[in-house]
Design a protein. Sequence first.
Length: 308
Amino acid sequence: MRAAQLSAGLALSATLLAITGCAQASGDGAGDRPLVVVSTNILGDVVDEIVGDEADVLVLMQRNADPHSFEISAKEAARIQDADLIVSNGLGLEEGLQKNLDAATNAGVRSITAGELIEPLEYSSGDAAGAPDPHFWTDPARMVEVVAGIAEELEKTDGIDASVIAANAAEYTAQLDDLDAEMTAAFAAIPGERRQLVTNHHVFGYLAERYDFTVIGAVIPGGTTLAAPSASDLDDLVSAIEKAGVSTIFADSSQPDRLVQVLADEASIDVDVVALFTESLGERGEGADTYLQMMRSNTELIATGLSP
C-alpha cells in the first residue's frame, strides 16, 4: 500500500514538475521559438493576438501597474538582450524602463516603437504642452495602424511564419473595427453638453479627438503620473468643472484616487468619481483582461457616467 502511495506521489511530482517547466518556458520566452519582448501589458496583449503560436511573448509590465513608473528586475533586463524583437510604446511613456530599452537597442536588438507608427497628438496644456501624447491606444483606429506596423516587423523575424502573422493581424484588425463602431454608437447617446472629460491625468486626448469629447482638464496637469498638481492647478480645475457642470470625474484604476476625491469634495457640485482601466490591463477576472475588454468596459463606464 505504501509502495503504491509512493509511486503515485512520485508520478504526481513528475507531472507537476513538467507543468511548472512548461509554464516557465511560456512565461519567460525560453524554448526554440523566437522571443518577442513587449514593454506594456496593453501592447503585450495586442502582440500576443498577432503572434499566436509563432513566438514566445515576454511582457515586462505587470497588470495594474503604472507604465510611467514601473521598473524591471536584472533578470528581465538580461532577457531583453536575448530578444528577437522588442516592441515598445514610446513617446515618453515608459519613463522607468527607457534606459533598458535603449541599452538593448544600442546592443543591436531589433526594436519597433508603436508611437512612431501613428501621427501623434501633442499635449495642449500643462507642463507637457507641446510634447507628444503617448496614450494613442484610447483610439482603436490608431491601433489599426499600430497592428499593421507590428505585423510587418514580425513577418521579417526569423523562425516566424509570415502568412500566420498576416492572417492573425487581419482578424484582429476586424475586431478593432468592430470595437470602433461599438464605441461610436455608445458615445453618440451622450448629449453634446455632457461630452466633457476630467481625469486624474491627461490620458484621453486621442479618444476625445475621435469621438468628439472636450477634455476640461486633469487633476495632474500633464501626461505623466509622476508629476504633482499645485494648489493653483486644483483651483483652476475646480473652476472649470463648476463652469462646465461636469458630473463625473474619471480616475485610473492603477493610481489611488485620493487627489481626485479631494477635488470632487472641494468642488461645490455633486461629482462622482469612476475608476477606469486606462493605462494598464487588470488582473484576470476584473473585466479588463484584454485590450478589447478594457476599451469596452471603459466605454460603458464613460457613457453611463456622462449620461443624464
